[in-house]
Design a protein around this ligand. Sequence first.
Ligand code: UTP
Length: 298
Amino acid sequence: MTNPYKVTKALIPVAGLGTRFLPATKAMPKEMLPLIDKPVIQYVVEEAVDTGLTDILMITGRNKSSLENHFDRVAELEQTLKAKGDSERLEQVQESSDLADIYYTRQGDPKGLGHAVLTGKQHIGEHSFAVLLGDDVINAKDILLSKMIEIHEATGDNVIALMEVDPADISLYGCAAVTATDQEDVVIVTDLVEKPAASEAPSNLAVIGRYVLRGEMFQLLENTKPGRGGEIQLTDALEAAVKNPEIAGGVRGIVFRGNRYDTGDKLNFIKATIKLGVDREDIGEDLREFLRNFAKTI
Ligand code: UTP
């Protein structure tokens, strides 16, 4: 019998306004900013593909053309590289267009992450699916999404990714109250609050940008009223799942202890560039030497 909770599709929302990165994001989505030599979105798509999800729906907004172009073939460029015999660069440009079947739906008005996910209802259908935020990069060496899918397929509960943060920073995130399970780093979520004041936060466990959801979550999203910031919040729909698990299952969390970069934020974007850079074979050694010397001057 096939598992009713089998996950085959990924939804990647990229329709936010990216106000924290203005003016760079005035005419270009933040997900197209390059981390070393690939736009942020390519890391996210590669993570989905590496997890076995090759049917990908991107929820785009204004300025979407550069995103679509990046995952299309560019015949003239490929011809030129072929003519030059530059097979290494040819492979690099073909890589992004050969990755997966990518579909696009437009979120007419960026009314929040929950609304962006709801926009994908028709493509996703009734099945379970993964959501990967387009500006959240998880280090490729660290395992997260595949473990989330495993837990979802075994339990039928929605699964969210959590990370311990400095309690002073919890007001920047959705925050989860949890109880332990007998599995290490897997928890049952008992309450969710979007961006609570530090004094009111039930924990220092922040919700980060990976989710595995049941198809029935669309019903809960349809009934979710605009919340914090006037936006339809995915956290609020998940809170409804916590309260009424008979509709769309309950919510579990995985406490992630690897490397995650919020590239929608300037300082974290720089940190991500440096951390990924020092691990690279081509530039890592030179970058490490530069950093050691530079550190002596500041
Ligand atoms: P963020 O809150 O980080 O995106 O949403 P934002 O609104 O663009 O950020 P700032 O605060 O203005 O800088 C997380 C993810 O959800 C998408 C974003 O593109 C990002 O990948 N998103 C957010 C949507 O697709 N639609 C929305 O209405 C809101």
